[in-house]
Design a binder for this molecule. Structure first.
Ligand SMILES: *Cc1c(COP(=O)(O)O)cnc(C)c1O
Length: 430
């Protein structure tokens, strides 16, 4: 194929990062189930440790199977480089780690996955980091929240628990003006539906546990760097712009340019925090990604059909799916996620908390689980599960009120999904 041909998403999801195995010719990416990799000689070893040559040392840092996955997701997101991690939450810490220090803060959207709200509002305090939560539809408030100690802006593209789409270009412009990076969690949208880097994001994080793997088999995460942020533009990111004491004084920004973040994440982040993805897990995700576009098209088509049916049903108060014309975020689809608003949304059941619990217990096809992005249709009552550690105000802000259930619509037959909801709603609202 000619060098200048830009391969389509559907081709990259199968081929990017995966050449036939040079040793055996194996067509599928082998699972390199090895902790360590033999150095050719002492000079080779020294070059690897000096980052003068790229290669494999030890699987806490890099592994060929995991690297194939990182390269594939990097291609799909249009980034310069990326790393994989043990989970989506690990990826979030790995994204923040090179940027933050004690006393630093991140300005984050109120519309986030429940676990992320807890991670950012509570757990990161142990590192001396903090988060300020702002309504990202209020651009003036986002700009005002950024202070001298802010080191990142954080949001989700299509936000969990669904129905909200972030105006990424508007938020990216605010972050850019302040000289700080925008981190976008693209888990719910996937790079098939949304390209945060094209829209101005610096870093993209993923829980590969969800749609990228696609079938609920493994937990994993990824951080993809656009390579476009100038870490040297101010004094805010010393790990990247100044000699890094944790890596014999190497200045990553100077030595590695657009790959500074990626190499720092491997050489310091994965080396010392150890939030590493294992090769078996990477293999499952590589298999899943091969069919990502096919699955997402079906997820979106089913979600639209099911959401429309629910919206027209008397037993339902409201449906928050951005793919419905009634959604205040419907108008953002063309700009942010032109192939569709995903397959994650919430709906409010007449009868409140009790009806929601009964609905969840009466469904037969749907699984009641704390997961999303599976081939199977999933449901959860957020207020009593994923969002139960949040205050009532945080629950409300995150769209997880007591009368609301969240669904992740699978790729089964849409009419079967609707029939299951119909029979369970009858029992729940009897
Ligand atoms: C699941 C999820 C996470 C956390 O990912 P894990 O792989 O479970 O650690 C983060 N963000 C979003 C949007 C998610 O859906």
């Amino acid at each position: 194929m000619s060098e200048d041909r830009k391969l389509a998403f559907e081709t990259l999801q199968i081929h990017a990062g995966a050449n036939p195995d040079p040793a055996t010719g194996a067509r599928q990416t082998p699972i390199y189930q090895s902790t360590a990799f033999v150095f050719r000689d002492a000079e080779h070893a020294a070059n690897l440790f000096n980052l003068a040559e790229v290669g494999y040392i030890y699987s806490r840092l890099t592994n060929p199977t995991v690297a194939a996955l990182a390269e594939r997701i990097t291609h799909l997101e249009g980034g310069a480089g990326g790393i994989c991690c043990s989970s989506g939450h690990a990826a979030q810490i790995m994204a923040l780690f090179p940027l933050m220090g004690p006393g630093c803060n991140v300005v984050a959207s109120t519309k986030l996955y429940g676990g992320t709200v807890t991670q950012l509002s509570q757990t990161i305090k142990r590192f001396g980091w903090s988060a300020k939560f702002v309504d990202f539809d209020d651009e003036a408030a986002v700009a005002a929240a950024i202070d001298d100690d802010t080191r990142a802006v954080f949001c989700e593209s299509i936000a969990n628990p669904g129905g909200y789409i972030t105006d990424i270009p508007a938020i990216a412009a605010i972050a850019d003006k302040a000289g700080i990076p925008l981190i976008v969690d693209n888990t719910s949208a996937t790079p098939y539906l949304c390209n945060p880097i094209e829209l101005g994001a610096t870093l993209v994080v993923h829980s590969t546990t969800k749609y990228l793997t696609g079938n609920g088999t493994v937990t994993g995460g990824a951080v993809i760097d656009s390579g476009k942020f100038d870490w040297m533009q101010n004094d805010k990111f010393p790990s990247l712009s100044k000699p890094e004491p944790a890596y014999h004084g190497l200045c990553f920004g100077e030595a590695l340019g657009p790959m500074a973040f990626t190499f720092h994440s491997i050489a310091v982040g994965l080396r010392d925090l150890g939030m590493t993805m294992n090769p078996q897990g990477a293999h499952y995700t590589l298999m899943g990604i091969e069919t990502l576009s096919l699955r997402m098209d079906k997820h979106v088509a089913n979600a639209k059909k099911v959401a429309t049916w629910l919206e027209n049903d008397d037993r339902i108060d409201y449906v928050t799916y951005a793919g419905l014309e009634s959604s205040p975020y419907f108008g953002r689809i063309d700009k942010i996620c032109p192939k569709g608003a995903g397959a994650l949304f919430t709906f409010a059941v007449k009868g409140g908390y009790d009806a929601c619990v009964k609905l969840v217990d009466s469904l037969e096809l749907f699984s009641h689980v704390a997961n999303l992005g599976d081939t199977r249709s999933l449901i959860i009552h957020s207020a009593s599960t994923t969002h139960r550690q949040l205050t009532p105000e945080q629950q409300e802000a995150a769209g997880a009120s007591p009368n609301v259930v969240r669904v992740s619509i699978g790729i089964e037959d849409a009419d079967d999904i609707i029939a299951d909801l119909d029979q369970a709603l009858t029992k729940a609202t009897a």
